[in-house]
Design a protein around this ligand. Structure first.
Ligand code: NAP
Length: 256
């Protein structure tokens, strides 16, 4: 039996309806592709459509940083999928600054909105139906940079730390209804957003950790590495797993 098949020979996510935020490129597009390959019906989102939205996925334009954006996505879920079995909160962004003092107030709010509150707002709109149907799986995408608390990124890592904490709390609340909630924490993954941020960071601080330091497992991550971990946590193979945080980073940022 292949990992993508279940006992009946069907593909593992056949009949499942999935929402992935930020699926127009990078890690999100990798997760969308993996879910489509496994048989899911997928709706994805971004602020603008692009040629890299995987074929076969439905797409809605929305800015996840605002309550109106979250409501628009929830409406599109109802119209396109009718209901939901899987949510992947992937949209996120980081912009480095020279120091903590140089992070403007509005960027603290922006970092919280996209990396933390977007998930809180969407879950508030979508998780009640999962609770009612007594099934569902949610994954939040964090960052392996959280424990490093680099001053240049403190708005980003603080928001992702809040997301990890929130994810565990939501897992506890939804477990009695059979809805599982987990976090996947990527390390250094080759994506348009990741590469752009690391370049900006290297310009601000040429000594930063990513300037040439090797990943212990010998290579940088690819979106498919993260998608594999996400699909495992969403699948029935993880049916006794909730409130966990799976770090997928080639061994770069060990957590004790
Ligand atoms: P990416 O290449 O920049 O892709 C981000 C995706 O999110 C795009 O589809 C983008 O489309 C969408 N997005 C960005 N801002 C949005 C907004 N305000 N509203 C709606 N959609 C928005 O990023 P990535 O590297 O794949 O990162 C994906 C996730 O992994 C993020 O949560 C990131 O923090 C996390 N992560 C990445 C790495 C890495 O090394 N790549 C490491 C650790 C964690 P639009 O721009 O058109 O909106």
């Amino acid at each position: 039996m292949s990992a993508l098949e279940n006992g009946s020979g069907k593909r593992e996510f056949e009949g499942k309806r999935a929402l992935v935020t930020g699926g127009s490129r990078g890690i999100g597009a990798g997760i969308v592709r993996a879910l489509l390959d496994a048989g899911a019906e997928v709706l994805t989102t971004a602020r603008s459509a692009s040629a890299t939205v995987p074929d076969g996925a439905s797409f809605v334009t929305a800015d996840v940083r605002t309550p109106a954006g979250a409501r628009g996505i929830a409406e599109a879920v109802r119209e396109t999928l009718g209901g939901l079995d899987v949510i992947v909160h992937n949209a996120g962004a980081a912009r480095p600054h020279a120091s903590i003092a140089a992070i403007p107030d509005e960027e603290w709010q922006d970092a919280l909105d996209i990396n933390f509150l977007a998930a809180v707002r969407l879950d508030a709109l979508l998780a009640p139906a999962m609770r009612e149907q007594r099934s569902g799986a949610i994954v939040h995408i964090s960052s392996a940079a959280v424990p490093a608390v680099a001053p240049q990124f403190l708005h980003y890592t603080a928001a992702k730390a809040a997301l990890e904490n929130y994810s565990r709390g939501l897992a506890a609340e939804l477990a009695p209804a059979g809805v599982r909630v987990n976090t996947v924490t990527p390390g250094r993954v080759v994506t348009p957003g990741g590469e752009a941020v690391r370049e900006q960071w290297a310009q601000l601080d040429p000594t930063q950790v990513h300037s040439g330091s090797p990943v212990p497992l010998g290579r940088e991550g690819q979106p498919a590495d993260i998608a594999d971990a996400v699909l495992f946590l969403l699948s029935d193979r993880a049916s006794w797993l909730t409130g966990s945080n799976l770090v997928v980073d080639g061994g770069e940022f060990p957590r004790g």
